[in-house]
Design a protein around this ligand. Structure first.
Ligand code: TMP
Length: 213
């Protein structure tokens, strides 16, 4: 597995707080003169990402296999486009993505079986650091109860499977030499933010300053 230096990902079930934590990290790094920061997310806000969002909201009906292919296609753009993950990481920026390949292995693995998402994503490089935001699905879904509408995966039964699958797949990453950290995401946002920060601060980019691939 090729690893992209300077690249970290946040993973977790729905309502685990990855998006909130990316905002808090952005705030924390706003005035940091040493680290140039590129926060990003999947599904992206590009054309394919927008189509995925429509399918997640049930505005357009697509087969689960089609959704798996769209996530992989969106990711190819996210990694390789001019303003993409690789470019920023090569430029010596800290790149942190709210979700990446493991989301597909988990969610589409449950929906379509493991083989399709594995094959679609096997050529994509891995992050240097992966942080899994672990929280009981009941708590996570309670946090989301004020949202106007539910997306297709935001149901307790599905989220229970999501958590199990994340926990069962983390070893693949560990065995490939990727740093995997599990955070108790049931804690308060500031506590989780401090934990995220202490993990990221030990990435080489924080110790070596700007680094090129
Ligand atoms: P979000 O809630 O983090 O914005 O992500 C949207 C949903 O998309 C969430 O339920 C997780 C799901 N998802 C997948 O099913 N596969 C993927 O590859 C990605 C990136 C997200």
């Amino acid at each position: 597995m090729t690893i992209i230096p300077n690249f970290a990902v946040f993973e977790g079930g729905d309502g685990s707080g990855t998006t909130t934590q990316l905002s808090l990290l952005t705030e924390r790094l706003k005035n940091n003169e040493k680290i140039r920061f590129f926060p990003t997310f999947e599904p992206t806000d590009g054309h394919i990402g927008k189509l995925i969002r429509a399918a997640l909201k049930k505005d357009t009906e697509l087969q689960p296999q089609t959704i798996a292919m769209l996530f992989a296609a969106d990711r190819n753009e996210h990694i390789n486009k001019d303003d993409g993950i690789l470019k920023h990481a090569i430029n010596g920026e800290l790149v942190v993505s709210d979700r990446y390949v493991l989301s597909s292995l988990v969610y589409q693995g449950i929906e379509c079986g493991d083989e399709l998402p594995y094959n679609l994503n096997s050529r994509y490089p891995a992050p240097e650091t992966l942080i899994f935001f672990d929280v009981e699905p009941e708590i996570a879904l309670k946090r989301m109860k004020n949202r106007a509408s539910r997306e297709i995966y935001e149901y307790l039964d599905f989220q229970v499977l999501v958590r199990q699958k994340y926990l069962s797949l983390l070893d693949i990453y560990r065995n490939a030499g990727i740093r995997v950290e599990i955070i108790d995401a049931g804690k308060s946002a500031p506590e989780v933010s401090n934990q995220v920060w202490s993990i990221l601060c030990t990435m080489p980019i924080f110790n070596e300053g700007e680094k090129s691939l």
